[in-house]
Design a protein around this ligand. Structure first.
Ligand SMILES: [Zn+2]
Length: 350
């Protein structure tokens, strides 16, 4: 069952949808933005289902899809003929794919509903020719067409595209809302829900993934163990420990393990590692400030007690190093080098 009441946060985007559905003045082109895991696709699918529902219901003042009508049943099964989710075969969309799946297709009226919805995932992968092909439909959309572009980064879209869409950004959700969701929907214990929420940094999809991932659950502890000994650990051993945390070893004896490169861990894993470090430094500050009840990683007071000897400037510097590493990683530098510099900066004897 898909419904807006299941989407936590996102009040701005939901407010837009509410007024569109209430007034019937349809938005013909929307750009839903937010990083992976922020719920762009879930939002788009729910909106599409609500547009096409034959028996929309007001629930807590919000127009929700009924979940029971013929249209809702097909939408939830992913078989609704008027909900088209565009696909691409290569690394990005091809002009032919945009023409076939959208431009030419949009000329034909919907068969069983008043509207047809086109959802374009990964809109950042529309190159300029694709965007130009799309532009014509965006400029004069048939009255029955609704186009929803989903993008983690709107920077690659032409100003002419941006000027014709309504942008609905998926915003970070509060830790408290994520904790409630994880406890209720994922049946996660209170302290673990708090850890996941802190590390997900407002990203619901990421929090849910962390909550269900046993390997991930052990990571904060492994990171703290590494940090405890980091002054006396040689650089290659530090790097190997980080690789152990982020890249699962298949077979311990396999020669492939020697070639493990942190770049292969993927952006999401690297960001989660930085989030753990950031949370540990924040915990040290919290401990130092005399508020141990606010620690995220509660089981490690012994470590925090030792680390509280760090000065405030040292702690701020470590936070700055983590932010810097995040910038480096998003700008495609040498991942191993960026992490190595970061980890050496985590040493306390400087
Ligand atoms: Zn319905």
């Amino acid at each position: 069952m898909t419904a807006f009441r299941d989407i936590i946060g996102q009040e701005q985007a939901k407010g837009h949808v509410r007024s569109v559905l209430a007034t019937g003045r349809m938005t013909h082109a929307a750009l839903i933005t937010g990083e992976t895991g922020m719920g762009k696709k879930m939002f788009a699918k729910t909106w599409a289902q609500a547009i096409l529902c034959e028996d929309r219901q007001m629930v807590f003042g919000f127009p929700e899809p009924c979940g029971k009508c013929r249209s809702c049943v097909m939408a939830e099964a992913g078989t609704h003929p008027e909900i088209r989710i565009l696909t691409h075969e290569k690394a990005g969309y091809g002009v032919g794919e945009i023409r076939d799946q959208l431009v030419n297709d949009a000329a034909l009226k919907p068969m069983i509903s008043d509207y047809r919805i086109y959802i374009i995932p990964e809109a950042e992968k529309l190159n300029i020719p694709c965007q130009n092909a799309l532009l014509k439909t965006l400029e004069e959309p048939p009255s029955y067409v609704v186009i929803m572009l989903l993008a983690s980064n709107a920077g690659t879209l032409l100003p002419t595209i941006l000027s014709r869409v309504i942008e609905l950004p998926m915003r970070p959700v509060s830790d408290e809302d994520i904790v409630q969701l994880l406890m209720k929907e994922e049946k996660v214990a209170d302290y673990h829900a708090r850890e996941c929420a802190a590390l997900a940094e407002g990203n619901v999809g990421r929090a849910i993934r962390y909550a269900g991932d046993a390997d991930f659950r052990s990571r904060p502890e492994r990171v703290i163990r590494l940090l405890s000994d980091i002054n006396d650990t040689a650089t290659p051993d530090i790097m190997e420990a980080v690789r152990d945390i982020l890249i699962p070893r298949g077979d311990d004896d396999s020669p492939a393990k020697k070639k493990r490169n942190l770049k292969d861990a993927g952006t999401d894993e690297l960001l989660s590692f930085l989030a753990i470090l950031r949370t540990v430094v924040r915990d040290i500050m919290v401990y130092k400030a005399g508020a141990p009840e606010k620690l995220v990683f509660k089981k490690h007071e012994e470590y925090y007690e030792k680390s509280a000897a760090m000065t405030w400037p040292q702690l701020f510097e470590k936070t700055a190093l983590i932010d810097e590493a995040e910038d480096y990683l998003s700008s495609n530098v040498n991942t191993e080098l960026a992490i190595e510099m970061l980890m050496l900066g985590m040493r306390t004897n400087q």
